[in-house]
Unconditional design. Structure first.
Length: 289
């Protein structure tokens, strides 16, 4: 399920600082944060810029272990956010990202000041990932989750030939293409958009099924599916036309079948500054050119 709400009650209960508290935070950031009762676990990508920024945050606000934290703050780019979402999906902790990457679509603007206040005032997007079950021609089925999309991509110069079924019913006997993907609303502005797929509002209970360079049927632009759909991709002639399946950054080569559906067992809460919410970014993306 995909929807927005305000930050969880535990974070809402933290009041903004009184007048003059900005200087207090700057001078005694760790103590001021303790007074507010917010425990932050910082993490960062391996890039020097992200590591240096995290060090500044830790110096000002302190560092807490994940198991003792109220919120996780990854520092880096969108790749770092996706890794954090996957690594800490089971914790139930909200995640507030700080942009020190290239695109930063999933992150908040970088600022060292008033971080606890920004987190407490943030709006939340509560999302569920997709689950992929990939069946390679050799070996056991492999599972992976994806917050952006699940993609099937040709491995050689030969086009892929893929049969598509939705909820057990074959909807396309054969798609001849470079690939095909299934995207969530949060992922609809990423690879899906580059493949000319439809952008989905964050509250849309839908998934975007989008071909990648379709050759036949040439005019097929994809489909919008209910979020509870179970999609099965069957690879036709996999020995001659091998296909790889990718769940965000997890790749399985030489697949013969891929099953994809929304992973409803767990949700994750992503926090965004009110003037830069995820919903606003997705709307704005549709008008940029």
């Amino acid at each position: 399920m995909f929807f927005r709400r305000k930050t969880r009650q535990a974070l809402q209960s933290q009041k903004p600082a009184e007048n003059g508290s900005e200087n207090q935070t700057s001078e005694t950031g760790h103590n001021a944060l303790k007074v507010q009762g917010m425990k932050i676990a910082f993490t960062a990508s391996a890039k020097p810029q992200a590591q240096e920024t995290m060090a500044k945050f830790v110096k000002r606000y302190g560092q807490h272990k994940i198991e003792n934290a109220d919120v996780i703050v990854p520092v880096g780019g969108d790749g770092m956010m996706l890794d954090t979402l996957k690594d800490h999906l089971m914790t139930g902790l909200p995640i507030y990202g700080i942009d020190r990457g290239t695109v930063g679509f999933l992150m908040n603007k970088m600022s060292l000041d008033n971080l606890p206040e920004r987190i407490a005032a943030a709006e939340a997007a509560i999302i569920s990932p997709l689950e992929m079950i990939a069946y390679p021609c050799k070996g056991e089925p492999q599972k992976a989750i994806a917050f952006n999309e699940i993609s099937l991509l040709r491995q050689t110069r030969q086009t892929a030939r893929i049969q598509i079924a939705v909820n057990g019913r074959t909807r396309m006997d054969m798609l001849i293409c470079d690939g095909v993907l299934l995207a969530t609303p949060i992922g609809s502005t990423a690879y899906n958009l580059s493949a000319h797929g439809t952008i989905l509002p964050i509250g849309a209970k839908m998934l975007a099924l989008t071909p990648i360079s379709a050759f036949r049927p040439r005019r097929w632009k994809g489909a919008l599916l209910p979020e509870d759909s179970n999609v099965t991709f069957t690879i036709l002639d996999p020995d001659y036309r091998p296909v790889a399946a990718v769940a965000d950054n997890v790749e399985v080569r030489d697949v013969v079948k891929v099953e994809a559906h929304l992973y409803k067992k767990h949700t994750v809460t992503m926090l965004y500054d009110p003037d830069h919410s995820l919903e606003e970014r997705i709307v704005r993306e549709q008008f940029e050119h």
